[in-house]
Design a protein around this ligand. Structure first.
Ligand code: BV8
Ligand code: ZN
Length: 289
């Protein structure tokens, strides 16, 4: 692994640290990446299912794509990389490893492209004060697979539990082959476990509250504003192929900031100042400790 000290020196003088995490962060938790070996998209054409038009045309197919993934994310446990990032966000760590942060941004922005909520779920083992401090750093820019959004009343509900009202979906998953589930049997607003109290639980069709291709990522305004002042961007386990996240490194470099890559392989498309080749669950604890 490359010499850590130049990177750690940059951390010591950094005023505004941002971390962009991708599927590689959760690989050690058993969640398949998208484009690497065994990647999810190698079996699915992303433009076919992860887009609003697909849901409009065949919500049954799209729910059958997400329902087992949600279960996989539910079964997954956070790994050492999630823990390293969460611990890094704590005031006592920052006072030691990043003492020059601008009081406007006293903690890093942890932008995750992942929908598995593992960067939040790792905090369940933290003290309430530490959980609160680290939670404030996390932005789920591509949404969360544990959230559903009503396509009629827009009620969003988050639950670390299987897809709500999913008997038909579970039967289809058990059958192992896509079936055509009538839309009435798909997750509905007001179904079991619904906490909506607007419009008397409207019965509308629920969708996964994730960002599909062609949809605007979440919290983009906050991200863009902060990115303009970022002087150190960490890219953790991402192939930087999906925009607008793929362009963040260029933005930071254009403004004189530095970029550190934590990945299994070098990425020639990124003009990195520091590259740590290896499993992020091994390299991050060393780099941020
Ligand atoms: C938008 C949720 C308009 C759904 C996802 C041409 C140019 C520019 C843009 C476009 C273009 N053509 C189309 C677009 C737009 C499109 C896009 O970028 N397409 C790509 C494919 C070209 N983008 C969009 O549509 C976005 N919206 O543009 O709206 C707009 C924008 C701004 C302002 C106004 C309007 C919406 C994109 C969101 C799509 N949703 N997911 C679902 O998953 O079902 S994307 C999906 O890819 C995931 O969210 C994932 O996080 C993301 C990125 O992938 P990675 O996380 O990087 O994962 P990947 O497998 O690729 O890489 C893993 C890496 O980890 C590898 O490098 C591997 O080496 C490494 N690794 C593995 N193990 C480890 C490891 N590293 C370290 N340690 C390990 N152990
Ligand atoms: Zn509703």
């Amino acid at each position: 692994m490359d010499d850590l000290s130049p990177f750690q020196q940059a951390l010591l003088s950094s005023k505004n640290v941002i971390i962009l995490a991708g599927a590689g962060l959760s690989a050690a938790s058993g969640i398949p990446t998208y484009r690497g070996l065994g990647g999810l998209w190698l079996n699915f054409d992303e433009t076919k299912l992860a887009k609003p038009e697909a849901f409009k045309e065949d919500p049954s197919q799209v729910w059958q794509f997400y329902h087992p993934r949600r279960q996989g994310c539910l079964d997954a446990q956070p790994n050492a990389a999630h823990r390293a990032l969460a611990t890094f966000c704590l005031p006592e760590t920052l006072s030691r490893v990043a003492p020059s942060l601008d009081p406007k941004w006293p903690a890093p922005l942890l932008i995750t492209q992942n929908m598995d909520a593992l960067s939040s779920r790792v905090l369940s083992s933290f003290s309430p004060a530490d959980k609160e401090a680290a939670e404030k750093c996390i932005v789920e820019m591509h949404g969360c697979i544990f959230e559903t959004r009503c396509t009629s009343c827009a009620h969003v509900q988050r639950a670390y539990a299987p897809t709500p009202s999913s008997d038909a979906l579970s039967a289809a998953a058990a059958a192992g082959t896509p079936v055509n589930i009538p839309v009435e049997q798909l997750p509905r607003c007001g179904g079991p476990g619904c906490t909506s109290n607007r419009y008397g639980r409207c019965g509308g069709l629920l969708r996964p509250n994730v960002v599909w291709f062609g949809e605007v990522p979440m919290h983009l305004g906050d991200i863009a504003m902060r990115m303009n002042w970022c002087d150190l961007l960490l890219l953790v386990g991402t192939s930087t192929t999906v925009h607008p996240a793929a362009g963040f490194a260029k933005t930071v470099k254009q403004r004189g900031g530095k970029v550190a890559v934590f990945n299994l392989e070098r990425n020639d498309t990124v003009d990195a100042d520091f590259t740590f080749v290896g499993k992020c669950e091994e390299t991050l604890p060393l780099a941020l400790g």
